[in-house]
Design a protein. Structure first.
Length: 239
C-alpha cells in the first residue's frame, strides 16, 4: 500500500499522529538507552580510576616493590601486609588479591588461595601488560575458579585488575585484583536511570504535542482556505 493512499484513507492528522508518535517514542527510547549507557560507563570508569590511583600511591608509600619481586624479608612482608590492609579498608571492598608478575598470589583476603597461580585469567594477563581492566559480574555466573570463594551475600559486583608500577612508572611489578560492590555508585545509577526515563518521556510528550499542534493548525488553516476558495468559486459560477 502506497503512502498517499494511506493518508487519503486515514486523513492527514491521524496519519501524522500515529507516525510521529511511533518515531518520537523510538527516538526517546534509543537516546535514553545511549545516554544511560554513557553515564553508567563514565561513572564506573571514574570509580575505578580513583581506586587505581589510590592503590599506586599506597604501593609507593609502603615500598611494596621488594615483595612483588620475591623478597622474603620480614620488613618487606610487613610493608606488604600494611599495603593489603589499606586496600581491603576501601569502602565497599570485600575481597583483595595481590599477584606478582608470575601470576602467583602473594597476598589475599582468602588465605586458601595464597601461593596459587592462575594462568587462565585473561583480565589478569592484560593487567600484567599495564592495562587497567574491570568488569561488572554476577556471583551466580561463576566462570572462573577463584569466583567460588565469593561471599554468599554478594550478588552484583565489580571485578577490577589494577597494574602496580615501580617508583619510576616504567615496569609493572604486580597486579591487585579488587572485588567491590559499590553501593553508592549503584544507587546513583539507579537514580540516574529513573531520571533518564522521566526526561526522555517528558521530552517526547512535549515534542509530540508541539509537532501535533503545528500540523493540526496548518491543516485547519489549509482546510479553511480551501473552503473559502470553494465558496468563492461557487458564487462566481452562480453569477
Amino acid at each position: 500500500m502506497k503512502i498517499p493512499s494511506i493518508i487519503q484513507r486515514w486523513g492527514l492528522i491521524r496519519t501524522f499522529a500515529i507516525a510521529s508518535f511511533v518515531s518520537i517514542i523510538t527516538i526517546s527510547v534509543v537516546s535514553g538507552i545511549l545516554f544511560f549507557s554513557f553515564l553508567h560507563d563514565n561513572l564506573l570508569q571514574r570509580e575505578m580510576a580513583i581506586s587505581s590511583e589510590f592503590i599506586q600511591t599506597v604501593s609507593i608509600i609502603n615500598n611494596t616493590e621488594p615483595s612483588f619481586r620475591g623478597s622474603t624479608d620480614l620488613r618487606d612482608k610487613q610493608e606488604l601486609e600494611e599495603f593489603f590492609q589499606h586496600i581491603i579498608g576501601l569502602p565497599d571492598v570485600f575481597r583483595v588479591t595481590i599477584y606478582d608478575t608470575q601470576r602467583r598470589i602473594i597476598w589475599s583476603s582468602d588465605e586458601q588461595v595464597i601461593g596459587k597461580i592462575f594462568t587462565d585469567n585473561d583480565e589478569l594477563n592484560q593487567a600484567i601488560t599495564g592495562v587497567r581492566v574491570f568488569k561488572e559480574d554476577n556471583a551466580n555466573e561463576q566462570s572462573k575458579q577463584e569466583h567460588h570463594f565469593l561471599p554468599e551475600h554478594v550478588e552484583k559486583f565489580v571485578e577490577s585488575y589494577f597494574p602496580v608500577w615501580d617508583r619510576k612508572h616504567q615496569h609493572v611489578i604486580g597486579v591487585v585484583e579488587l572485588y567491590k560492590s559499590p553501593v553508592a555508585l549503584y544507587e546513583t545509577l539507579r537514580e540516574g536511570r529513573i531520571l533518564v526515563i522521566i526526561v526522555s518521556l517528558f521530552s517526547g510528550v512535549i515534542l509530540y504535542w508541539f509537532l501535533y499542534w503545528i500540523v493540526k493548525t496548518a491543516h485547519q488553516l489549509i482546510e479553511s482556505q480551501r473552503l473559502r476558495i470553494k465558496q468563492a468559486s461557487g458564487r462566481v459560477r452562480s453569477n
